[in-house]
Design a protein around this ligand. Structure first.
Ligand code: DGJ
Length: 780
């Protein structure tokens, strides 16, 4: 709901209210973002900044307003040169580098729904039942320049999106140095900032920052949204309130959190101005990406739920929106580049028998690519590896009743490729300078139309031939040596934005041409996990690191901003290929099941016990897939804390069913009791609670087996191996009938864990990195 009464704009969702007012000078003063107010118009005065006195050394707006100091006002937008000395939202150079700007409200309009943007940027969508849009036009006090602020209120998700559009109505070129998407000025109420930081194989780990006077910057400068610092950020305070902010953009972003000595906090998000500039011709306009804001009175869990709802309903689009995603097998860690048709079919056949639904052929199927030094750009099949072609392989996979998926990395070129020989100038490099390299490969200049056309044509032909149902779109290096011969570029500061706009155009064409294909975005794992990519591709490969312990941190961090339906999570081999850590097969599944499940190991080499375990994992996942992909997710005990335990829960909308993950980092000696206390239950309900039955590998007991075995069993010996292949133990028997109140107010004390003093049918044997999934089913 959006309304305007007198000077006040009221943007309200079901649980939140956002207020700002037009000041007597025609600026927009931000007044409030928080819990829903039922009568917001009662007193603007109570919320507005008081300014009857001068501030020493302050710059007053003008002679008529000697006590108006923009630098100590909460504003909806900001510029330079008029006395606001914080980081500004808009920075534009005109007339020989002048930067002073002052925008004054001229008009506004409120529109049902959300009009589509002109810019080609990915954006959220909604109809007039779910959202309303406010457009405020501001005019520069002395120049023919306009700024349009757009707000869309998504009532059903408790989300407000914002963007800015800059119009050059003058007769001269202006240079945009910065146009942030949103600015939020709030009071400093002891906020803590949470960012999601990392690198390859350890993406989106939560970091907390205490706000102190000064500027904190969360940004990316490598050309993609990055594993280093995700664009999603949160502010939380001791009252349990939380503000979340994200950006629908996949290239360089910047979030500024500036805390002033006047006790105010300014948040900005948008394209990173570092290395960016945009020359705007007369009568032209430039639009920022869309920023996404939410507020919750239930902390970060509450804010995450808003984001999850928003992404599932207003970002993800097409045939796979809100649809259960297939369980896949990916051959990458099973074979790497070393495969042939027989090997792939053997893998597919075994997978089909276990209930896997989608076979994905990863890197190495094209050109002469037997390692990572060649062939990127040549999207034609290698007949030596696949004599029946992609069509033949896909046909066999389809015959098995599975979907067929294919890996591609279209944004890249290898020096050793037909494409490079034919079009060396399509590669991003500066003439006369040796280009830097990543994974032996180089980027293609997607700012250029002819490059995009080539990719569209060659990819479409291949995908038609292969009759694909799924595409994994990879991107394994970031940018360097920025340069283009594209004459559309006025300035190389435009390059990265033009690149990502080219990528978006290509993705838009391909997703329209293949409307039923499920796309998964990937960038060496999660180096481009963002809302921009999710507008085209409903899921993203979360991380190359599939270690059961590390994934607790990675998935937990990712879940703060993104829904489980968007997170690709695979069970891989042990020892893990990234960490060499040995973890139990069941523990790997328990963690991977909180997301879109897949397997990425050579399952043909597993023993009967292991295959049986996988068969029942898959049956369990299918039975609870809707919950595991679309349920309401909450983080109860964080991996990213001093706690040895990690607890997550997914709850169905009507709270009739819950799945709770209990995981531990290390096996404690002589442990105390473990407890499941979960708030997201129906307090009036009665639940049956029991753990998913899983298998315990007898190898876990090592030499202790000799205490009960009539024959001597040597640790790591043939006897132990043979028994382990033939026999496994069932996990503990445990069952409760409890009220919702007991679960929420007291918690369930679980069976004793193994503590070195004995073992019986009730003993919970988890081991290091071990876990259980508990099923809660409402029975009344
Ligand atoms: C990086 C991806 O993250 C992996 O899953 C795999 O597809 C490789 N690239 C293939 O080169």
């Amino acid at each position: 709901m959006i309304s305007k009464k007198d000077r006040l704009f009221n943007l309200s969702t079901k649980h939140t209210t956002y207020l700002f007012a037009i000041t007597e000078t025609g600026h927009l003063e931000h007044l409030y973002y928080g819990r829903h107010l039922s009568n917001p118009t009662l007193s603007i005065d109570a919320l507005a900044e008081k300014r009857s006195l001068n501030i020493g050394t302050g710059t007053a707006y003008d002679n008529d307003h000697p006590t108006l100091f923009l630098t100590n006002l909460c504003l909806e937008y900001s510029t330079m040169g008029k006395g606001d000395y914080r980081e500004s939202m808009v920075d534009v150079e005109y007339a020989k580098g002048m930067q002073t700007l002052d925008f004054i409200v001229k008009s506004f309009r409120i529109l049902p729904g959300k009009p589509r943007t002109f810019s080609g940027l990915p954006e959220s969508y909604g109809d007039k039942e779910t959202c309303t849009t406010l457009e405020i036009t501001l005019k520069e006090a002395c120049l023919a320049l306009r700024l349009v602020l757009t707000y869309t209120v998504f009532e059903d998700s408790d989300v407000i999106t914002r963007r800015a559009t800059f119009h050059n109505d003058s007769t001269a070129m202006v240079r945009i140095r910065n146009l942030a998407s949103a600015q939020l000025d709030i009071d400093q109420d002891d906020w803590t900032l949470t960012t999601f930081d990392g690198a390859w194989a350890r993406e989106r780990t939560m970091t907390e920052h205490v706000l102190q006077p000064g500027i904190l910057i969360n940004d990316s400068k490598c050309g993609v949204s990055s594993a280093d610092h995700n664009p999603c950020i949160f502010l939380t305070n001791k009252e349990g309130e939380c503000i979340g902010m994200n950006l629908i953009y996949s290239a360089n972003h910047r979030e500024v959190v500036e805390t002033t000595t006047f006790g105010k906090v300014r948040l900005l998000t948008g394209i990173n101005p570092s290395g960016f500039s945009w020359d705007l011709s007369p009568q032209d306009r430039f639009q920022s990406p869309e920023a996404v804001l939410t507020f919750s009175a239930s902390g970060m869990n509450g804010a995450s739920l808003h984001f999850h709802h928003f992404i599932n309903n207003h970002i993800i689009r097409g045939a796979w929106k809100l649809r259960e995603r297939p369980i896949l097998i990916n051959n990458w860690e099973a074979t790497y580049f070393n495969f042939n048709e027989d090997k792939l079919l053997e893998l597919a056949q075994e997978s089909a028998k276990l209930g896997i639904e989608l076979f994905v052929l990863d890197d190495g199927w094209f050109g002469v690519r037997n390692d990572d030094t060649t062939s990127l750009g040549d999207w034609t099949v290698n007949p030596k590896k696949l004599p029946s072609g992609l069509g033949g392989l896909s046909l066999e996979v389809h015959r098995l009743g599975m979907l067929f998926g294919l890996w591609v990395e279209p944004e890249m070129v290898s020096l050793e490729s037909q494409l490079y020989k034919k079009h060396p100038d399509w590669m991003i490099a500066i003439p006369g300078r040796r280009p830097s390299v990543g994974r032996n490969q180089y980027l293609l200049d997607l700012t250029r139309h002819e490059v995009r056309e080539y990719l569209f044509k060659s990819l479409s032909e291949t995908w038609h031939l292969a009759d694909v149902n799924y595409i994994k779109w990879d991107m394994n290096r970031v940018f360097s040596d920025l340069y283009s011969i594209n004459s559309e570029l006025h300035h190389h500061g435009e390059f990265l934005h033009r690149y990502v706009m080219g990528l978006y155009e290509l993705l838009s064409k391909l997703t329209q041409a293949f409307p039923n294909v499920l796309f998964e975005s990937c960038a060496s794992g999660g180096n481009r996990f963002d809302l921009g990519m999710l507008c085209y591709m409903p899921q993203t490969w979360t991380s190359d690191n599939t270690d059961a312990l590390d994934r607790l941190y990675i998935q937990e961090g990712t879940s703060c901003g993104y829904p489980l339906s968007a997170m690709g999570c695979h069970v891989s081999a042990s020892p893990n290929h990234q960490t060499l850590r040995k973890t139990d097969l069941e523990a790997r599944f328990n963690v991977a099941s909180f997301g879109v499940l897949g397997y990425e190991l050579d399952i043909t080499k597993l023993n009967r016990q292991q295959k049986e375990a996988i068969r029942s994992q898959i049956a369990f996942y299918k039975a609870h897939r809707a919950l595991l992909q679309y349920g309401q997710f909450s983080r109860i005990k964080l991996a990213n804390s001093a706690s040895n335990q990690v607890i997550w829960a997914v709850t169905s909308e009507d709270k009739s069913e819950l799945l709770v993950l209990f995981a531990q980092k290390l096996n404690p000696a002589n442990p105390g009791s473990d407890k499941l206390r979960i708030q997201s239950v129906d307090l009036d309900a009665v639940y049956e609670v029991f753990p998913r039955q899983q298998k315990i590998d007898i190898k876990m007991f090592g030499d202790l087996l000799n205490r009960i075995s009539p024959v001597a069993i040597t640790e790591g010996g043939i006897a132990q191996d043979t028994i382990s292949k033939a026999v496994s133990l069932d996990s503990e028997v445990e069952h409760y009938r409890v009220s919702g109140e007991q679960v929420a107010f007291s918690g369930i004390k679980l069976n004793q864990q193994f503590g070195g003093t004995g073992y019986d049918a009730m003993t919970r044997v988890l081991g290091d990195f071990g876990s259980r999934i508990y099923l809660f089913k409402k029975i009344n």
